[in-house]
Design a protein around this ligand. Structure first.
Ligand code: NAD
Ligand code: TYD
Length: 356
């Protein structure tokens, strides 16, 4: 049995591939991992799989229809798990074009290739085939402080070029199910954190900046609220939906863990004070409020009762256990951090933070 994973060299995708091949229930399967290796993709995340015949890495683009057709014909995967995307809101503000191309055109290309492949399968393979689309809670837009958390029927109100492009891709996936019968499932997850997280996002950025004695740039008042989920829990939720999710359904995935950004930053600082004390003083001294993100969503919150009710999934980590593991991982992987902070990373930091 084979799985085609897109974006499996990125943060969540690489965690998913590593978990999949480590779990006794799925360790016998092969993973074909298609990734364009943009700035966010890193084969070092997958170094543990070097030489492992169960992992077949393909350097390529999800917009390349001929390549996808070839991979589907050659490997006949039982499912496609689609992570590949441009994923960073601030980058989408600076340059939305890549988001439209990968997130919309790329998903469209994959859907068309999947439809062509699936419609020609024999009945038994056709019945088990799945297209699992990995999406975000950001498609629902921003919540008022006292509003109920996002359910799967919450209206789509995306506010950033990133979330608009992901919303568009969700709609395409839905339409390919309703119109063509393609067996799809979609998951909309809250903010992830954990190992291999590129240090442009809040949690890894704060850890690596603190360790380097650099300012910790908190956008605006820092009272924006996100729900945070440990990446391993996201991966286990995807596995549950892939195995037992109802076709054509969407499932919200979250950590029951709403927190303001500034509180997250203080938690990271306190953990670093404990695990790697800085002789120059407490890490919280580095917190610096900077100009807010344009169109910044104030609050996201996930109602994850459907996936619990239907599939029995709940997160295994609390925020306290997950964030401690994460900080410890960054402390132990200074070489990885150093490598990803290459020239293009420095260009991004200059572009995003110089004028704040
Ligand atoms: P990431 O930016 O870390 O990784 C994206 C991966 O996709 C990279 O390896 C990149 O090289 C690859 N990629 C980009 N464009 C490609 C293309 N055209 N063809 C092939 N590969 C391409 O992203 P992530 O944080 O791992 O997110 C993975 C998915 O999960 C995305 O679809 C994202 O929208 C979704 N998601 C992320 C979060 C989060 O908190 N990070 C939360 C919910 C949903
Ligand atoms: P981020 O990790 O970019 O995820 P998203 O925007 O997809 O939720 O940001 C999480 C929150 O942290 C968001 O409210 C923006 C804020 N933030 C900062 O305050 N400073 C930063 O340097 C970054 C990258 C994010």
């Amino acid at each position: 049995m084979t799985l085609l994973v897109t974006g499996g060299a990125g943060f969540i995708g690489s965690n998913f591939v590593l978990d999949w091949l480590a779990d006794p229930a799925t360790a016998g399967e092969t993973v074909v991992n298609l990734d364009a290796l943009t700035y966010a993709g890193n084969l070092r995340n997958l170094a543990a799989l070097q030489g492992d015949p169960r992992h077949h890495f393909v350097h390529g683009d999800i917009c390349d229809r001929a390549l996808i057709d070839r991979l589907l014909a050659e490997h006949r995967p039982r499912a496609i798990v689609h992570f590949a995307a441009e994923s960073h809101v601030d980058r989408s503000i600076h340059g939305p074009g890549a988001f439209m191309r990968t997130n919309i055109d790329g998903t469209f290309t994959l859907l068309e290739a999947a439809r062509g492949h699936w419609s020609g399968l024999p009945a038994d393979e056709k019945a088990v085939f799945r297209f699992h689309h990995v999406s975000t809670d950001e498609v629902y837009g921003s919540l008022a402080p006292d509003a109920p958390a996002f359910t799967e029927t919450h209206p789509y109100e995306p506010n950033s070029p990133y979330s608009a492009s992901k919303a568009a891709s969700d709609h395409l996936v839905r339409a390919w199910h309703h119109t063509y019968g393609l067996p799809v499932v979609t998951t909309n997850c809250s903010n992830n954190y954990g190992p291999w997280h590129f240090p442009e996002k809040l949690i890894p950025l704060m850890i690596v900046n603190a360790l380097a004695g650099k300012p910790l740039p908190v956008y605006g008042d820092g009272r924006q609220i996100r729900d945070w989920l440990y990446v391993g829990d996201h991966c286990s939720a995807i596995r549950a939906v892939l195995a037992r999710g109802r076709l054509g359904e969407t499932y919200n995935i979250g950590g029951w863990n709403e927190q303001a950004n500034i509180d997250i930053v203080h938690t990271i600082c306190a953990l670093l004070d404990e695990l790697r004390p800085d002789p120059a003083g407490r890490y919280a001294r580095l917190i610096t409020h900077v100009t807010d993100r344009p169109g910044h969503d104030r609050r996201y919150a996930i109602d994850a009762r459907k996936i619990e009710r239907e599939l029995g999934w709940r997160p295994a980590e609390t925020f306290a256990t997950g964030i401690r593991k994460t900080v410890q991982w960054y402390l132990a992987h200074g070489d990885w951090v150093q490598e990803v902070q290459s020239g293009t990373y420095r260009d991004w930091v200059a572009a995003n933070y110089a004028q704040r």
